[in-house]
Design a protein around this ligand. Structure first.
Ligand code: GAR
Length: 192
């Protein structure tokens, strides 16, 4: 059985989509969803879906080994950031090489870095009158949005699309591709 640990900070619609996808699969289990936000909607989703979830303290996350030790106990084959907004500290990155991936709601290297998350990204894309946007799934390194790219998909933007329409288009791509890419990574040896 392959083990996935998810991190999320907000709504968690990607978490729910990933859980739905793997509930139909025999060889993959979502062992826990970790969040830094005790008010996050993702917690309600997990409780409804009967998925283990755990809230941690933001300062402890970045300054101690407490979340690292939790992860060691959970023994994940893959750690997936699905709408997670904090920088992952180096102690965790060093202990899980090539095992932490993130989804970003734009075509990196454009529209990445600190402060670029969720609607902030889509607003910047709209303000620049981009003709396309998309998603990037990438490995996580100590800097925001800089790890090796695993997958990108694009979608066209029309001049009449507002920020919410752009966000919806990007979310559709996320729902379509993120679980499939996760499954592909689990099926190959990504340990090297
Ligand atoms: C997703 O669009 C994800 O790509 C983005 O947050 C959203 C979370 O939505 N992540 C980032 O911006 C990371 N920089 P969700 O909570 O509904 O899954």
């Amino acid at each position: 059985m392959k083990r996935i640990v998810l991190f999320a900070s907000g709504s968690g619609s990607n978490v729910e989509n990933i859980v739905d996808y793997f509930q139909k699969k025999q060889k993959v289990t979502i062992v826990c969803v970790l969040t830094n936000n005790r008010n996050a909607k993702v917690i309600d989703r997990c409780n409804r879906l009967k998925i283990n979830n755990l809230c941690f303290n933001k300062t402890a996350f970045s300054t101690t080994d407490c979340v690292l030790n939790i992860l060691r106990d959970l023994k994940p084959d893959l750690i997936v950031l699905a709408g997670f907004l904090l920088k992952v500290p180096e102690n965790i990155i060093q202990n899980f090489p090539h095992k932490i991936i993130n989804i970003h709601p734009a075509l990196l290297p454009k529209y990445g870095g600190k402060g670029m998350f969720g609607d902030h990204v889509h607003k910047a894309v709209k303000a620049n009158n981009e003709l396309e946007t998309g998603i990037t799934i990438h490995y996580v390194t100590k800097n925001y949005d800089e790890g090796a790219i695993i997958h990108q998909s694009k979608v066209e933007i029309s001049s009449t699309d507002n920020v919410s329409a752009i966000a919806q288009k990007v979310h559709q791509l996320e729902y379509q591709y993120f679980p499939v890419i996760i499954e592909r990574l689990l099926n190959k040896d990504h340990g090297e």
